[in-house]
Design a binder for this molecule. Structure first.
Ligand SMILES: Nc1ncnc2c1ncn2[C@@H]1O[C@H](COP(=O)(O)OP(=O)(O)OP(=O)(O)O)[C@@H](O)[C@H]1O
Ligand SMILES: [Mg+2]
Length: 261
């Protein structure tokens, strides 16, 4: 329970930096339209430290738009996002220092090698040099990429690139992991390693995580709570067990299909 205060202590000791806040991510009534398309239409939810929140929903439901608003890549038309108390629009730098982000459609530096890219990300984010090297080596081994460290990003397969992006999010020591379809293209072994590492960070280091995914079995395995998003709104939220009892279906796949229909 390192660095964590209980809720009662927290109200007494507001503004201590991220350790002082009970809520890692607070999204309040965000809206976003692209022209006439209402991509996000009044979404609110919270994620606590030590919790994985899963965002699931059909193509075009608004998951990526929501996650881009959370990490400050898109400005909402309305609503607020706070990361450990820091407003993503007004206190952007402080808020983003706490975030590790795995984007959905990566367009990364094609002409950097894996090693160069990870060193660049770590340096920009102020990770101590020797710690950075240790982390890069550790994760490249873990994800079976150690012999590819000098390969250009532009030459990697989809799954390999996805693993490099996951490593880039892990090495910056995030307090909030924001992951948009992070396992797309990963082979089963890599999915397993990825899942295990996210859960380690969440349970041991009390990192908060939000993940959007179409891989429902994985969502079911790692998420503490789930929000089902449809047409820009969260239409159902709760733990898998709460949702199961409410919908009266066994698997998340059955629940999902019933709700979306
Ligand atoms: N840059 C854009 N310009 C115009 N419309 C957009 C843009 N980005 C997203 N949209 C639209 O906004 C809606 C929500 O898209 P979003 O990418 O957030 O969905 P998603 O839930 O992430 O879908 P997927 O499961 O396919 O990744 C869709 O109707 C999409 O066509
Ligand atoms: Mg998406």
């Amino acid at each position: 329970m390192k660095n964590l205060l209980r809720p009662r202590e927290m109200t007494k000791q507001a503004k201590l930096g991220y350790e002082g806040y009970a809520i890692a991510l607070e999204v309040v009534d965000i809206h976003k339209s692209y022209g006439k398309i209402k991509a996000v239409n009044g979404i609110s939810f919270k994620v606590n430290p030590g919790e994985v929140y899963g965002l699931i929903g059909p193509n075009g439901a608004g998951k990526t738009t929501t996650l881009k608003i959370i990490v400050g890549l898109l400005k909402p038309d309305k609503g607020t996002v706070k990361i450990y108390g820091y407003d993503i629009l007004r206190e952007r730098e402080k808020a983003l220092k706490l975030v590790g982000y795995i984007p959905e459609n990566p367009s990364v530096f094609q002409y950097l090698t894996i090693q160069e890219f990870l060193e660049f990300i770590g340096s920009v984010r102020g990770v101590n040099q020797s710690e950075l090297q240790d982390k890069v080596n550790y994760y490249l081994e873990l994800f079976n990429l150690h012999d590819k460290r000098n390969n250009l990003l532009g030459s990697l397969s989809r799954g390999m690139l996805q693993k490099v992006l996951a490593i880039a999010a892990f090495i910056v020591k995030p307090k909030l992991l924001v992951m948009d379809e992070p396992m797309a293209g990963m082979d089963p072994e890599s999915q397993y390693v990825f899942k295990k590492e996210v859960l380690r960070m969440v349970k041991e280091e009390k990192v908060a995580a939000i993940i959007s995914s179409h891989l429902l079995y994985l969502v079911e395995q790692i998420c503490d709570r789930i929000g089902i998003i449809h047409k820009g709104k969260i239409i159902l939220e709760g733990t898998i067990n709460q949702i199961r009892e409410h919908i009266k279906e066994k698997t998340l796949e059955e629940i999902y299909l019933k709700i979306i229909k």
